[in-house]
Write a new protein. Structure first.
Length: 62
């Protein structure tokens, strides 16, 4: 039994969470454009990781 279950329809959770993370962390006011873009990238990664945690925890709660 694999420890990680990934199906194509899981992208319906990954993409919105990545966008939400990018918008949330990218909204922090900074002075340079490079910092803003790097914050958006970090926010997208954090959002995708949260989506992964939620997706893996859902079968436990059902």
């Amino acid at each position: 039994m694999p420890a990680f279950h990934f199906n194509f329809y899981d992208l319906t959770l990954f993409l919105p969470m990545a966008v939400a993370g990018a918008l949330l962390v990218g909204g922090i006011p900074v002075s340079t454009r490079a910092t803003r873009y790097s914050l958006r990238a970090v926010g997208a990664v954090i959002g995708a990781l949260v989506a992964l945690l939620v997706m893996e925890a859902l079968p436990v709660f059902v």
